[in-house]
Design a protein around this ligand. Structure first.
Ligand code: NAD
Length: 458
């Protein structure tokens, strides 16, 4: 450990903590420890591993308020939203605990007098879990909870912007009974992540930007190990002419700006039928005007800080580009003058697909709204993207929604809702939104490999 990582509160610029970071040598030593410890963990009965994860859940409940405050202090997430994430995380743990046994049990698929055929599920072994900062409990937990339950050792690298949260997770897992060498935190920035990817692991599970995902894919490619990439999105929604403009606007303003717009499944672009466009925009602006911007540590705050300072340049550039290409800036559009990283909730109408705002992930509280003539126009625009994470439609007509959403190329689709993830449903991206699946019962197969047993009696 030679480097020091400084944790800065993005809401005011103050130093929250300084922690020692890993270097390549310490990452390699940790990987070797995990390799040695994994068989013992996999050899324990599933009931024991479940009991450990249940105890971890109890510890999260007991410390929920402290954990929420830490998350808010290093990410700038409004405190109510930090609590929401932790409570949602508990629900995901409950799902995994309820489903692991049935999802990973041996399955006898054939038997006659001479031979039995069985499908078994072996753990992968040692897995690297490289996490993003925006929902560290969700995106980390989607990997480490099922990975541990299925008998893997986990080398967990929290984002450098959510390190203290990552260290809390590590402490609580160890206190719950996960052996120290079965779950090991790798502390640091991209350099530590790159060193982790170089280790002889059995799988790399990454959540983050498409740009970093491409680097990891290139590094892992020739090694024939499991690779999962959960990447960004440019998630569209179409509001049809039969939708209630006010209800749609309230839902979509929340979907665009919750977590200060820093969600992989934030609503990133909106297409509105020309017949209700103006009513929708009026209701959208009214909703946004009601969002309370302020200290994320205070109850009632809805818009918090931008976690990474460089993102402010991205947001500014997208707004400038949109305005230069004919967009109408209806509210916001610039940084907020206070210590830390802040950007006004921003709405641009008259948007079009020449604009970066409608093509590149914004990852902030800004949104482009484009008028469309009808369903075909909307579907063509929704699919005009390199991403494919989520997409939605607002309409009163369920059959019409079904027809439209069937034509949309995205891993998750929403009718009259948005910005929603369920532990019961598979979470996956298409195109530059990634490869692989987490959550749902498929989310156990992600961390196991099938073994085909051919058993002939003597
Ligand atoms: P990021 O790509 O900057 O970093 C993600 C992680 O990768 C961090 O832990 C970082 O230290 C590490 N890293 C950086 N360079 C690396 C390298 N060369 N090798 C190995 N690791 C490296 O992303 P971020 O800013 O933390 O997260 C924001 C992005 O994540 C957005 O694009 C968002 O849409 C996406 N995201 C996707 C999902 C999903 O489920 N699809 C969920 C949350 C966030």
């Amino acid at each position: 450990m030679t480097k020091t990582l400084r944790i800065i509160n993005p809401a005011n610029g103050s130093v929250v903590a300084e922690v020692s970071a890993d270097d390549a040598a310490s990452v390699a030593a940790k990987a070797a420890r995990a390799r040695a410890a994994q068989p013992g963990w996999a050899g324990r009965p599933l009931a024991e591993r479940k009991a450990v994860v249940s105890r971890f859940r109890e510890k999260v409940v007991a410390e929920l308020e402290t954990l929420a405050k830490t998350l808010t202090s290093e990410v700038g997430k409004p405190i109510a939203q930090s609590r929401n994430e932790l409570n949602g995380f508990l629900g995901r743990i409950d799902f995994f605990l309820a489903k692991v046994e049935a999802s990973t049990a041996n399955e006898e698929v054939f038997a006659d007098a001479a031979i039995t055929e069985r499908i078994g599920h072996d753990p992968l072994g040692v897995v690297a879990n490289i996490s993003a900062w925006n929902y560290p409990y969700f995106v980390g937990g989607n990997v480490f909870v099922p990975a541990l339950l299925t008998g893997n050792a986990v080398l967990y690298k929290p984002s450098e912007f959510a390190t203290l949260t990552g260290l809390h997770i590590t402490r609580l897992l160890h206190a719950a009974g996960v052996p120290d060498d079965v779950f090991i935190a790798i502390v640091g920035d991209g350099e530590a992540g790159a060193a982790l990817v170089e280790q002889p692991v059995d799988g790399v599970f990454f959540t983050g930007s498409a740009a970093t995902g491409a680097k990891i894919a290139a590094a892992v490619g020739p090694r024939m190990i499991r690779l999962q990439l959960e990447l960004g999105g440019k998630d569209p929604t179409y509001v049809a002419e039969d939708a209630d403009p006010k209800a749609a606007a309230e839902s979509l303003a929340d979907g665009a700006m919750y977590n200060t717009g820093q969600s992989c499944c934030s609503v990133e672009r909106i297409y509105v039928h020309e017949r209700i466009h103006d009513a929708f925009v009026d209701a959208f602006l009214l909703t946004v005007a009601g969002f309370k911007i302020g200290d994320p540590a205070e109850d009632g705050t809805y818009i918090g800080a931008i976690t990474r300072a460089p993102q402010l340049d991205v947001l500014e550039a997208q707004v400038a580009d949109a305005v230069a290409k004919g967009g109408r800036l209806r509210t916001g559009g610039k940084r907020i003058d206070r210590p830390g990283n802040w950007f006004e909730p921003t709405v641009v109408t008259d948007a079009n697909h020449d604009m970066l705002l409608m093509r590149e992930e914004s990852f902030g509280p800004i949104i482009g709204i484009q008028k469309v003539k009808g369903d075909d126009d909307a579907v063509a625009l929704m699919n005009d993207t390199r991403y494919g994470l989520t997409a939605g439609v607002f309409t009163c007509d369920e059959a019409r929604a079904g027809r439209l959403l069937a034509r949309v190329n995205a891993g998750s689709v929403y009718w009259n809702c948005c910005d929603r993830v369920s532990p019961r449903l598979p979470w996956s991206g298409r195109g530059d939104s990634g490869v692989g699946v987490t959550l749902s019962t498929y989310g156990f197969q992600t961390f196991t490999r099938p073994k085909a047993w051919h058993l002939r009696k003597p």
